[in-house]
Design a protein around this ligand. Structure first.
Ligand SMILES: [Zn+2]
Length: 202
């Protein structure tokens, strides 16, 4: 999720983020702390506009080390993250097996896979094992594509399966995060399979 200067979409998000540059550290810290209160108690699609705004502000706050300055107090239910000491707000991505849960403030691992609390970890392991072969269709080499007969059909089918699996994670697994975290975010798209947030019904 690093910034890609070639990407028009990344450029657009950079433009969106400019509004937060006008916030001084205290205003930014208060905005984040208050918004965390509004995020609390729910799971969020990554595509949700409020989450998009929060992530922009959070990344700027990370650059300015706002949480270390203790200018505002986040809601008490948010523990401090081990990665950057910001309040814990984990993102579940399809790469959870490799990357763990991702911190929405510093983009590092908030919890490596092996440290995800049980029984959540076992459930995510099963889900990721189902998702990986579906996702890999997008990255088949020529030989694999030829052996599939119609690659378009295989790609289409993988997209449909990804939609189902992402819908299941949003519906069934994400609510269980709330037993361990005050709020959590899940990646509701798969750009390699052309699956958009609006394709994923809950
Ligand atoms: Zn962090």
């Amino acid at each position: 999720m690093a910034f890609n200067p070639e990407s028009r979409l990344d450029q657009l998000w950079k433009e969106y983020s400019l509004v937060f540059n006008d916030f001084d550290d205290l205003t930014l810290a208060r905005w984040l702390a208050q918004t965390l209160g509004q995020l609390e108690g729910r799971v969020w699609r990554l595509s949700h506009p409020l989450m998009g705004a929060y992530r922009l502000a959070a990344q700027l706050a990370h650059q300015r080390q706002v949480w270390l300055k203790r200018l505002a107090t986040p809601p008490a239910s948010y523990a401090e993250s081990p990665c950057c000491r910001a309040p814990m707000l984990p993102l579940l991505s399809r790469d959870v097996r490799e990357s763990g849960l991702i911190c929405q403030h510093c983009n590092e691992a908030l919890a490596p896979f092996d440290e995800i609390p049980e029984p959540l970890r076992t459930e995510l392991e099963g889900w990721a094992a189902q998702y990986a072969p579906v996702h890999s269709v997008a990255h088949w080499d020529d030989r694999q594509r030829k052996s599939a007969g119609s690659y378009d059909q295989a790609y289409e089918k993988a997209g449909d399966e990804a939609e189902q699996l992402l819908s299941r994670v949003g519906r069934e697994i994400m609510p269980k995060f709330l037993e361990f975290y005050p709020a959590a975010v899940w990646e509701d798209q798969d750009e390699c399979l052309a699956v958009q947030p609006e394709d994923i019904e809950l």
